[in-house]
Design a binder for this molecule. Structure first.
Ligand SMILES: NC(=O)c1ccc[n+]([C@@H]2O[C@H](COP(=O)([O-])OP(=O)(O)OC[C@H]3O[C@@H](n4cnc5c(N)ncnc54)[C@H](O)[C@@H]3O)[C@@H](O)[C@H]2O)c1
Length: 315
């Protein structure tokens, strides 16, 4: 599918942290009437956007197929998933949704030949990767969420190699954004801290001050997603999940950077069960392969991200 081809897009899990921002970007790039947004939750949030919304459970394969047929879909952004912290509370449901949903999408693409975006995560790595994770670092995750993401990457590579499915994926780092609150991930502290700072509240961070994780401002992640989906298929050497260049800072550094803008802001650190998931992940990811294959470069650094987050939340 070339850049000029008319896109008819289905987004699953569209009401989540990434979905709501992706919808906006896809809509301004390809037009609101080329997008069908779906989620298991109902919503009237999109009424004014011109984007059609359907309630859809990704475990309901017949209903996905009906929508794909009805709207002649040629691109699916499959975002429906249970994230790390929620997944750990219900491993069975996490496996069911993350694997069952992806399998349905891959199987339908065998017949209907649509292009798929299926995100992976830095949670594919485990504590045997120290410091910076490379594209080919070992994948030994400690969480059920990470296990579903590794399995999802393998599924993507398999469907591409064996059934010629055009599937693409990114290992998103923790994503920092202001429009929608995150949905139960371990990196949520890096979003919650801004909301507390801007509303004049003290924040209790659920990981310790030394915790360092790969992070990215949402605008960079959305741009990466669209750039990957528009890249020529033959340029892509990875199908399961590309590492991306990222930001890497401690929770304390994030706090101090916010304090430079809001001097009265205060934060304490009281690690809870999520510390264990954070400790099992690398500090940073190396994004060389994504840069070589489709030219991705990160734009926001810690300073510009903090400035933009605070300005946006204040407005
Ligand atoms: N946000 C991050 O920092 C981050 C980092 C790495 C990877 N990812 C991945 O990106 C994707 C989207 O993440 P997000 O942050 O937007 O998550 P989110 O939790 O904010 O949104 C997920 C959406 O999926 C929906 N959903 C759940 N079960 C469903 C089902 N059975 N059928 C249909 N919809 C269902 C939820 O209602 C929710 O709106 C996921 O695959 C996630 O693993 C996110």
């Amino acid at each position: 599918m070339g850049e000029t081809l008319e896109r008819r897009i289905l987004v699953t899990g569209a009401l989540g942290q990434i979905g709501m921002e992706l919808l906006e970007a896809l809509s301004s790039r390809y037009g609101a009437d080329s997008i069908i947004a779906t989620d298991i939750r109902d919503s009237n949030k999109l009424e004014s956007s011109g984007i059609k919304f359907h309630k859809l459970d990704v475990l309901n394969k017949e209903e996905i197929e009906r929508i794909i047929q009805k709207f002649d879909i040629n691109e699916v952004y499959h975002l429906a998933a249970l994230l790390s912290a929620s997944g750990e509370n219900n491993p069975e449901l996490c496996w069911k949704i993350n694997m069952g949903g992806l399998l349905n999408i891959c199987e339908l693409s065998r017949n209907y030949k649509f292009r798929i975006f299926a995100p992976s995560s830095i949670a594919v790595f485990g504590s045997d990767v120290i410091g910076v994770a490379n594209q080919n670092s070992p994948l030994n995750p400690a969480t059920i969420y990470g296990i579903t993401k590794v399995s999802g990457e393998l599924l993507a590579e398999y469907y591409h190699a064996t059934h010629d499915v055009d599937i693409r994926g990114l290992r998103y780092p923790g994503l920092i954004s202001w429009k929608v609150m995150p949905g139960g991930g371990t990196t949520d502290y890096a979003v919650e801290i801004f909301h507390a700072a801007v509303s004049g509240k003290r924040y209790t961070c659920f990981v310790d001050e030394k915790t360092t994780l790969p992070m990215m401002y949402m605008d960079d992640a959305i741009r990466a997603t669209i750039e990957l989906m528009e890249a020529p298929s033959e340029n892509l050497s990875v199908r399961g999940g590309y590492n991306l260049a990222c930001l890497s800072f401690t929770a304390e550094e994030l706090f101090q950077e916010i304090k430079m803008i809001i001097p009265e802001f205060d934060c304490d650190f009281e690690p809870d069960h999520r510390q264990r998931y954070a400790d099992s992940w690398p500090d940073a990811t190396d994004g060389k392969q994504a840069e070589i294959d489709w030219g991705f470069k990160i734009h926001y650094d810690l300073k510009s991200m903090c400035y933009t987050m605070i300005q946006s939340l204040r407005q």
